[in-house]
Ligand binder design. Structure first.
Ligand code: ATP
Ligand code: MG
Length: 758
């Protein structure tokens, strides 16, 4: 101890040490996953503090999440103890922006206690503005404008910077004016939206050189983690703060990895990292190449995959651990239910071997995938936590949808009524609702019954009466249909006819496509229940058990939220074309979109320390019909040497993936209704092209179309059939177009499209 400096430097490799000790002048640490970038930042802060180069309050450190900030604070405290004065300004861009704004609120026309608006408030405000301008909200949805605002603010544009071209067609070119009105309105409300936390800070600095000067004096050292995902506004904000010294003397240290840039869709600019050396001439660049997190096999898988991207800076990653570790398992299962069951079993097995649940995580591409896992874990009594968002049944869109279904099934459910009576907005204001509530209380009847009575009276204005009459009529209609059509089908009709689906379709904010996917998943899951009542009861039980959170729990989160984290065991489910890479990215951003998806895969794999388990479902059940999914192209991009392919017994074995086994295409878009992407055809053609075969043929043979088969496909139990791979067999059971067949080699589940009558 002590031979080579203080404790906190022990164990660092030479480059890391260099990065920690080079505290004066601009520094860029550009390095791959798991090389210790975050650790270097933390140690740098410890170093600055313990050498008394600066006090805590003179250090600005930006992390990507609040959680990361908390962890960093703990680490620093443990490295330097409580002997140092004050903690650094450590947090996300937004939290630090808010802190600065509150100190100078008056200068940006706010009061220090200003509120930070949530999305709902923001939408309400925009609607008022649209109304004031006589702009038809149906034609120009408020949510679309909210999306535009977000984009402008991420790009650092004030109302005066918004050109007519920027503003586009929205509200016939009134975008910039609306933006100005919106900002003015925020001031009267003493409020700021999320984007303002940085943008107003930038304005504050630009318009008040004295204030900026104060921060130049204050922040002697600046540090930024995950720099590859900073956007323009964040970049401008940092540049302003760094201007206290000549650029070549700025004490700013940024760390990042161009291969982990995954927020391009939210305006992040990977160019920021590429530009750093230009912005800060003479900047020192340190590359870290030794990975301390993952096994050699995991690294090989990740490096091989990411090598398929073009335009990378290129980095080397290696580990010094001789042991290669476990292979990366790729498991192909029948469907997502089996996927959840399988992963649940593995988790329990690892747990029996002494691993904690905290050391395991499931990283999904889209949040709708979480439902299957949550339900499975609840059944198993396995503790889990959802990171970076609510649990599936706690999501707003799911709660709203459930409220509709509950009210159809149980017209006396007043909580459900309250939730949806004005969602989507129907122009029923508080005064109308108060009349409903009063009537219900006085008559001692449920709200829906009270409404039914009121619409026959003159208590309400005629406009509201009409609206409510329509609504009650719809509920009567739905209740009627509940007796005649399958409940999942009805559920979809309810969401469409009530305008609820349209509400999110018109929403142009970044999370609305995910919400629509969640709704589809909800409807899909209903098919597993006999009745609406059975489904609702199940949900009630699941939600009830949700409330408990244990100390030791498996983490479930999206790949986007997993950045910077690490787990011994990482499960990566749903590696299917259209889901991952996600069709939306391909459709909207083409090659760039694909590359961002690939970086996301890279982030996923590199979260694993000991083992990474990838899985894919061969089938998705959509409208009661089983449809085949195509394995993700990313599977082809993993090096065969480190991958072990597993095919579970109950699945259709002929469905291999990649170039290793014959790939079978079907003329059906498995994601058609889940993702609503016409681009599927294109994806399939592209994939076929890559494989060097036409879209529908394999070795010249036309592959069956399951689209015109289905429940009435003409087979019955006992039929003798022939299957290309498994040979002759006899049908043991049928479920829609999913058949269980006894072959000579054993019992298998297959799709009817792959067999013919023998
Ligand atoms: P990411 O790109 O995923 O954010 P990173 O580059 O920030 O990764 P860290 O999270 O800082 O990497 O480090 C990865 C793991 O390696 C951590 O568990 C860290 O404690 C460990 N580690 C880093 N450097 C060393 C070292 N010199 N000796 C031992 N362990 C180290
Ligand atoms: Mg990190």
């Amino acid at each position: 101890l002590g031979r080579r400096g203080p404790d906190y430097l022990q164990g660092l490799n030479e480059e890391q040490r260099d990065a920690v000790l080079t505290i004066d002048g601009p520094l860029l640490v550009l390095a791959g996953a798991g090389t210790g970038k975050t650790r270097v930042l933390t140690t740098r802060i410890a170093h600055i503090l313990s050498t008394r180069k600066a006090r805590g309050s003179e250090i600005l450190a930006v992390t990507f999440t609040n959680k990361a900030a908390r962890e960093m604070k703990e680490r620093i405290a443990s490295l330097v103890g409580s002997s140092v004065e004050g903690m650094p300004w450590l947090g996300t861009f937004h939290s630090i922006g808010a802190r600065i704004l509150r100190r100078h609120a008056e200068l940006v026309d706010l009061k220090p206690a200003f509120t930070i608006l949530d999305t709902d408030d923001q939408i309400r405000l925009i609607k008022q503005l649209l109304e004031a301008e006589n702009i038809d909200e149906k034609r120009w949805p408020a949510r679309q404008f909210a999306g535009m605002l977000d984009d402008w603010k991420n790009r650092g544009l004030l109302p005066r910077d918004v050109t007519p071209a920027e503003s586009g067609f929205y509200a016939n070119g009134k975008g910039a004016k609306l933006y100005a009105d919106y900002q003015a309105r925020l001031k009267t409300l003493n409020a700021a939206d999320f984007g303002d936390l940085l943008l107003e800070c930038i304005r504050l600095f630009r318009e008040n050189p004295k204030v900026l000067e104060e921060y130049h004096q204050r922040f002697k050292y600046m540090l930024v983690d995950e720099y590859q995902d900073s956007n323009v506004a964040q970049y401008l904000w940092l540049r302003l703060l760094a201007q206290g010294r000549p650029a070549n003397e700025a004490n700013i240290c940024v760390v990042g990895d161009d291969d982990q840039s995954i927020y391009g869709w939210r305006g992040a600019e990977v160019d920021n990292i590429l530009r750093f050396e230009k912005d800060f001439p003479g900047a020192k660049v340190i590359r870290l190449e030794r990975n301390y997190r993952s096994t050699a096999n995991i690294l090989a898988a990740a490096s091989h995959l990411i090598a398929h991207n073009e335009g990378r800076l290129g980095k080397t990653l290696h580990t010094d651990v001789a042991e290669k570790g476990e292979t990366v398992a790729v498991t192909s299962v029948w469907d997502s239910e089996e996927e959840a069951r399988q992963i649940g079993e593995e988790i329990e097995q690892f747990q029996r071997q002494g691993e904690t649940l905290n050391s395991m995580a499931i990283l999904v591409r889209a949040s709708f995938q979480m439902r299957e896992f949550e339900e499975r874990f609840i059944t198993l009594g396995l503790n889990y936590r959802v990171i970076g968002g609510p649990r599936f049944y706690e999501r707003k869109e799911i709660r709203d949808a459930l409220a509709y279904f509950r009210l159809v099934a149980q017209p006396a459910d007043d909580l459900a009524f309250e939730r949806i009576v004005n969602t989507p907005k129907r122009g029923l204001g508080d005064s109308t609702l108060k009349i409903l509530f009063d009537a219900a209380r006085h008559q001692n009847v449920p709200l829906l019954s009270a409404t039914r009575m009121l619409i026959e009276t003159e208590e309400l204005k005629s406009k509201q009466r009409t609206t409510l009459r329509d609504l009650v009529g719809q509920f009567d209609d739905w209740s009627e249909r509940l007796r005649t059509i399958p409940h999942a089908e009805l559920a979809e009709q309810i969401l469409d006819e009530s305008g609820y689906t349209a509400m999110w379709q018109n929403d142009k904010s970044a999370d609305s496509p995910g919400r629509l996917e969640n709704l589809k998943e909800l409807v899909r899951s209903m098919e597993e229940f006999e009745t609406m009542g059975g489904f609702l009861e199940h949900v009630a039980l699941v939600m009830d058990r949700d409330s408990f959170e244990a100390d030791d729990a498996v983490s479930i989160m999206t790949l986007h939220s997993a950045k910077g984290l690490e787990f011994n065991t990482v499960f990566l489910p749903g590696w299917e074309e259209g889901l991952f890479p996600h069709q939306r990215s391909l459709d909207e951003s083409g090659r760039a979109g694909l590359e961002e998806e690939r970086r996301l895969a890279y982030v996923g794999i590199t979260r694993g320390r000991k083992r990474v388990r990838i899985s894919l479902a061969q089938n998705r059940r959509i409208h009661g019909l089983w449809q085949s999914a195509i394995p993700s192209r990313f599977l082809d991009e993993l090096p065969a040497e480190v991958v072990e392919v597993k095919d579970t017994g109950s699945s259709y074995g002929g469905y291999g993936y990649g170039g290793r086994t014959a790939n079978r295409f079907q003329s059906v878009d498995p994601f058609e209704s889940v993702y609503e992407t016409p681009g599927w055809q294109r994806a399939r053609a592209q994939q076929a092209q890559r494989k060097g075969s036409g879209p529908l043929t394999i070795e010249g043979e036309l592959v069956a179309r399951s689209v015109d088969l289905g429940p009435g496909s003409g087979y019955k139990v006992g039929d003798r059939v022939f299957h290309n791979k498994f040979g002759y067999g006899e049908i043991a059971a049928l479920e829609g177009n999913k058949l269980t067949i006894d072959f000579q080699t054993g019992r298998k589940k297959v799709l009817d499209s792959f067999i013919r009558k023998a």
